[in-house]
Design a protein around this ligand. Sequence first.
Ligand code: HEM
Length: 579
Amino acid sequence: MYLSQVRNFLPYSRLGLMNIQNRCYEKVALKTTKSQEMENSKASMQSVGLTPKQIEMFPTAKVHIPMALTSREPIILPFDEVPGPKSLKYISNFRQYLSVIGTQITVGVLTMMLNVGTYVNAKKPLKNLSALFDEYGPVVRFVSPVGGDIVLINHPEHIQKVYAMEGSYPVRSNLDSLEKYRAEHRNQIYGGTFTAFGEEWHRQREVVVAPLHESVSKHMGGINEVCENFTLKIFNIRNYQDEITDNLYKEIYKWSFDCMGLILFSKKFTMLNTEVVYSQCDMSWLYHSLEKATDAIIKCESGLQFWKLLPTPTWSSLVKYCDSLDNLIGKYVLEAEQSVGVQLKNMRSNVSDESFALENNSLVNAMLVGENKMSAEDIATVIMDMLLIGVNTITSSMSFLLYHIAKYQRAQKILFSEIDKVGGDLNISNMSAIIEQTPYLQACIKESLRLVPPIPVLTRILPKNITIDRFNIPRGTLIIMSTQDASLKEGNYDDASVFYPERWLKGDAKEYHAFASIPFGFGARKCLGQNIAETMLSLLTIRILQKFKLEYHYGDIGSTRSFISRPTKALKIRFVDRI
Ligand code: HEM
């Protein structure tokens, strides 16, 4: 009670989280001092010659002494005591108008609300999430205007604690826009592996893990070809300053799309060689729809979500392009289903094990057969999630990797000498051998993902009550783990903002907290595409550095804070021929 009253008068920033805890200890110290004073006064009475009986006659003032807490008994503060921005309270006035909005609010909305709040309040400058931690401490609570509260954390130990209790069926906050689209336009409740939950999520994950892994190994040669294609294209489209005048990000997007085409569909998309994106061909239209659907999802997820109430232009665009993604992927899956049907008919007389019979087929084929086979419709949804997440995260991570290598010339020199040494001996079909041969490259990838994780925040809905930093957080609370803040925090890494791959190498490596940088997440819902990402990033970097020296001569490039981060500026990297 006492604390909450003090909090009403002092701004959180001045009181500070530490102060709240310190005050609890001060109270304990005060109580201990009072009991000591009584003992001292008894002793002093004895010292002046008073007998115990006489002391009874002159009792010291009666002090009610509650049981003193020892330092071993942790002080658990109620949920109400978790500090957080007050400006949101203005927004909560609109609760009745926003009741249609669900409880799972994305970070983008929170940031937006916070900013609206600060505008309403005092026209203060815009804030981002890391500013919240500076102001309120490592645990920040948002009193949600629409129901379930949200707690934001960024300490590696706290992130670890949340993962440790996530259980067998962890639930993350969904992409509400995709969920709404699927529920209203496709009559689907669950969605694909990224968005599904409960047993359906578990079933999908079980079915997809092994064939996805196999598909990557099977297409190593094809992925390498796409990487060589990319370097050739860069060579051809550079301007006189050796830069890509148009849009390097877009070319990386096409490379990523072509690689994912091989892995997910066993198809050569060749988008890198296609200039007319809007052409009638399915592949171009799939690419175009993916780009547009991604833009629409990012926009819907990072702003006030008016699309939940009205069909805004962004919402209409989302529906249009998700429809076309669904139809094109669905068409491919149906074709695969028919062809598998024919194959099985021919084989059934000889072979009993269906999965064995189709072992050389695509990822989709593998999901169509076997004990846990999925329906064509479910497969299309799973593939759509993977295409959306996969292409966008890989494009983001490859863009920032090239930027860091171009900017940090010292690291590039070391990296080039490693690649140059193993260059001729690379066995393209054996990824684990490549990883072993290129420790510095792997450290560069890790370091770039630390600086800019493509998914900058991860979420879980608490399955049980938990204590974080002495605060009781109830079950059902949406926890937003700001993993990018953790990986950029000076206390977690020395020179945290500097690209320093050596920090991951044996010998130079320090004992960093395992949860200070988790670009692929952790636990039961960890990323399914980590080895795809490592393969693609490694192969393209090798091929690029064999051909070009990278340079960057412009201002620093930051990352957007959207659902999947992107560069805030054009990537004007120079690709200078190695002579
Ligand atoms: C550098 C590239 C990538 C990064 C940084 C990345 C990161 C992540 C992260 C942080 C998560 C959430 C983990 C969690 O909640 O604990 C995730 C989930 C997921 N990722 Fe990736 N990802 C990448 C590439 C890919 C690719 C290429 C695919 C394509 C197959 C993919 C498919 C998935 C799927 C299906 C999930 C959901 C897993 C589940 O909920 O069970 N990711 N990814």
